[in-house]
Design a protein around this ligand. Structure first.
Ligand code: ADE
Length: 272
């Protein structure tokens, strides 16, 4: 799949494409990313990309014309007609990162991560916003990172690209497979369980602390059962909304429910 990112600050995104495990997905082309520096599509000596809002008010608004020219260039580069007639089917979706969008979650990431997806044109806004006429003409979806305001969409674009990349086959090693992550359907959408590594006894600020003995037992079935119980407890304690979703989707077994009824007040040993 291919993502074209329209941004004023490609240098914010570029390093993420070469760093960490996800770089494999970008280097192999499993997830193709092209960065489109918006300023190159602005005109005049100053290559202006923004102006004051009509009607007054604080901040600046991104001009529709450079965005539209860039968007057309992306489409042409993808071999698509430069414009889409109103009401025409969406060939490649255009996504705007905005606090007004659908909040990003595992299900949305998984949808974008399907290898059969054409990817998307990602638009990173800056300043007070984007001229609404560009949004009306070209944007198909909005994605938000949450109910807070970022200075621009670049961090949200990196978040989406990272989350999509780590779901591609072969990108994570077996040991840290995405199927073990919080929210993954393979774990019934629950939070991840607590993890421990060496030393067996850590001299922390509250004195020596061991690890749960079952993890040292070598008994895989017992370890798996313990991990399931800890996922249930962590989710009940930290994200009761996520537990309610899992329950509603019929993903909790009678044994899960019994365990929760007995232990939900305790919380996971990790605590946080
Ligand atoms: N741009 C500004 N705020 C944002 C947010 N919360 N999510 C995504 N893009 C944004």
């Amino acid at each position: 799949m291919r993502f074209d990112v329209i941004t004023l600050f490609p240098e914010l995104i570029e390093p993420y494409l070469h760093t960490g495990v996800t770089r494999r997905a970008f280097a192999s082309g499993q997830v193709q990313v092209r960065l489109w520096p918006l300023r190159e599509f602005a005109e005049g000596n100053y290559r202006r990309v923004d102006d004051r809002p009509f009607g007054g008010g604080p901040g600046m608004v991104m001009l529709p014309e450079p965005l539209f020219r860039c968007w057309q260039a992306v489409r042409a580069d993808r071999g698509l007609p430069a414009t889409r007639s109103p009401g025409a089917a969406v060939d490649v979706p255009t996504v705007l990162f905005s606090p007004a969008g659908e909040v990003l979650c595992h299900a949305v990431v998984q949808r974008w991560a399907q290898p059969t997806q054409p990817g998307a044109i990602l638009v990173c806004g800056r300043y007070e916003g984007i001229d609404q006429r560009f949004i009306d003409a070209c944007v198909d979806e909005r994605i938000s990172l949450g109910d807070f305001v970022l200075s621009g969409g670049e961090i949200a674009a990196v978040a989406l690209l990272d989350a999509v990349a780590r779901l591609q086959p072969g990108v994570l090693g077996d040991a840290d497979s995405a199927t073990q992550d919080s929210f993954h359907p393979a774990l019934d959408g629950l939070l991840d369980c607590p993890h421990y590594t060496r030393p067996e006894v850590w001299r922390g600020p509250a004195g020596p602390v061991g690890v749960p003995p079952v993890l040292l037992s070598g008994h895989h079935a017992h370890i798996e059962a313990w991990r399931r119980q800890q996922r249930l407890l962590a989710t009940a304690r930290l994200r009761p909304d996520v537990l309610a979703q899992a329950r509603q989707a019929g993903r909790l077994t009678p044994a899960d429910e019994r365990w929760l009824a007995q232990h939900a007040a305790e919380g996971p040993p990790g605590g946080r």
